[in-house]
Design a protein around this ligand. Structure first.
Ligand SMILES: [Zn+2]
Length: 88
């Protein structure tokens, strides 16, 4: 006879409701904008232009992707410049 599992499975969402979300940085978009994901319920947040945490909606994902592209291309250009000046 199989023993029924009485152990209550704590739903991640319930855990977060009780103890709060446990966010970790999953992506650095720019120096100031980061993306966070909750370890338990996988809820995603991002920093907005005011430095406040907001829910990472598809719209903000799009904005962050653009920001990231600008940020990395700016950095790449800086790197290129230093590289070029060290060669010539
Ligand atoms: Zn959570």
């Amino acid at each position: 006879m199989k023993k029924p599992t009485n152990k209550p499975t704590l739903l991640p969402k319930m855990y977060c409701n009780l103890f709060g979300h446990d966010y970790e940085v999953t992506k650095r978009v720019t120096y100031h904008v980061k993306e966070y994901t909750c370890r338990h319920c996988k809820k995603e947040l991002t920093t907005n232009s005011n430095g406040k945490l907001i829910e990472l909606t598809p719209k903000f994902k799009e904005i962050n992707a653009i920001l990231e592209r600008i940020h990395t291309s700016r950095n790449a250009r800086l790197k290129k410049k230093t590289l070029a000046s060290s060669i010539y």
